[in-house]
Ligand binder design. Structure first.
Ligand code: S3P
Length: 452
């Protein structure tokens, strides 16, 4: 099921110290890519630790609809029997990607250079998000897209029968756009080149190399230049999905602001294209330690130990760090409310086109809970009140956005009065065990399904 089920009202009440071990689920970005590349390889790809959130399960269903076999062995262990590059079959019906921008944009790329028509839809959030950022470069390969006004879903993509390779400079910092172009390039003859000015998460590049594609990245004056040779035979892989740093952000940030807390979050990927939040928190004075640093599956991994940090200070978060923590600004803004001084976040226009307008959603909810927030088109600033000084007490809207929902539940743990949420059901898209996991650490979150 996608995130258009029954709304779930939630309340997070002030709690005692958070303590214990928080085993967060598998990485969402890597889980989507493992399923899609597994479906484009020939033979059986084994995946362990797949995130079983709605976003990723929607991508698994899409891969089945396109002809791959996806077998659930239980406990996050999956097999994907792929159809090979160029082997996708035209689906019988519409592909519903639920809430997932990553799912729909990557799958559009993957089908764009096959001679099939695929119609995509999603929930109210996804159907409002811009798709021209992927359909524009996919048109250069020869694919055609017809959607609603403003380039929005539902949309039909007619894949190119005779695709040509492209050279494309990504105009916005977006790993989804970069990845869509690379996946389309897989079934185009010759070399497809993607240029990005700022480094975004590089899971696609790493995984394509793992599956045996010829891909190389050069740093030039233009930025990162990624060159992929088309029409490889992808070799099936065994993939152990690391735990998601974007999910780890919630127990880590909660521990920093709830007095007396001491939480260990083991096995978190610290790929530099993802770890910007943790650098920022340490600059703010967080007691956040990397323990047991190691390498797993080619990625740096550590156990994160986060303890209550009474002396957090607001900082200017450098704009060039934005891509490496783009999904973490909502929860950072909650931590900023408990710091002393102003935290300024610049160069973040992309936050306005995520699952919700995340600047507006957080600014409205923080203001309702007694925190001063200023914002402009591509920046915002939170004036911290210091530990123990955030009033709370308001009801906020999640806007069908999992990260907005979880961020406000973290706020409620350390505010003076409970924070209520209209609908926490979107949390299931990326972190289905959030409430249980936070409850086991000591959080007090209650949920009540709303009559439809
Ligand atoms: C993702 C890229 C980011 C991020 C999203 C996951 C990915 O989106 O916000 O949650 O897996 O490629 P953009 O590419 O739009 O920045």
């Amino acid at each position: 099921m996608s995130s258009h089920g029954t709304p779930i009202a939630m309340t997070s009440s002030p709690c005692g110290p958070l303590t214990g071990v928080a085993e967060v689920p598998g990485d969402k970005s890597i889980s989507h890519r493992a399923l899609i590349l597994g479906a484009m390889a020939v033979g059986e790809t084994r995946i362990d630790g797949l995130l079983e959130g709605e976003d990723v399960l929607d991508t698994a269903r899409a891969m089945r609809a396109l002809g791959a076999e996806v077998i659930d062995h239980g406990g996050g262990s999956y097999s994907v029997f792929g159809v090979g590059v160029g082997g996708f079959a035209e689906p019988d019906s519409v592909i519903d990607c639920g809430n997932s921008g990553t799912g729909v944009r990557l799958i559009m790329g993957a089908v764009a250079t096959s001679p099939i028509s695929v119609t995509f839809t999603g929930d109210a959030s996804l159907n409002g998000r811009p798709m021209a950022r992927v359909t524009d470069p996919l048109a250069l390969f020869g694919a055609r897209a017809v959607g609603r006004s403003g380039g929005r879903l539902p949309m039909t993509l007619v894949g190119a029968a005779d695709p040509v390779p492209v050279r494309y400079r990504v105009p916005v910092p977006s790993a989804q756009v970069k990845s869509a172009v690379l996946l389309a390039g897989l079934n185009a003859p010759g070399e497809t080149v993607v240029i990005e000015r700022e480094a975004t998460r590089d899971h696609s590049e790493r995984m394509l190399a793992g599956f045996g594609a010829h891909i190389r990245t050069e740093m030039t004056d233009e930025g990162r230049v990624i060159t992929l040779t088309g029409q490889p035979e992808l070799r099936p892989q065994t993939i152990a999905v690391p735990r998601d740093p974007s999910s780890a952000a919630f127990p880590v940030c909660a521990a920093l602001i709830v007095p007396g807390s001491d939480v260990l979050v083991p096995g978190i990927g610290l790929n530099p294209t993802r770890a910007g939040l943790f650098t920022t928190l340490r600059e703010m004075g967080a007691d956040l330690v990397y323990e047991n640093m190691r390498e797993e599956g080619g990625e740096p991994v550590a156990d994160l130990r986060a303890r209550f940090s009474p002396d957090l200070a607001g900082i200017d978060v450098p704009p060039e760090r934005a891509a490496s923590m783009i999904d973490e600004y909502p929860v950072l803004s909650v931590v900023a409310a408990f710091a002393r001084g102003v935290t300024r976040m610049a160069g973040v226009a992309e936050l306005r086109v995520k699952e919700s307008d995340r600047i507006a959603a957080m600014a409205d909810g923080l203001r309702a809970n007694g925190v001063t927030v200023e914002d402009g088109p591509d920046w915002w600033a939170v004036t911290g009140l210091g530990q123990g000084k955030v009033p709370g007490g308001a009801t906020v809207a999640s806007h069908l956005d999992h990260r907005i929902a979880m961020s406000f539940m973290v706020l409620g743990m350390a505010a003076a009065a409970p924070v209520a949420l209209d609908d926490g059901s979107p949390i299931a898209t990326s972190f289905p065990i959030f409430t249980r996991l936070m409850g086991a650490l000591g959080a007090r979150i209650s949920s009540a399904p709303q009559a439809g």
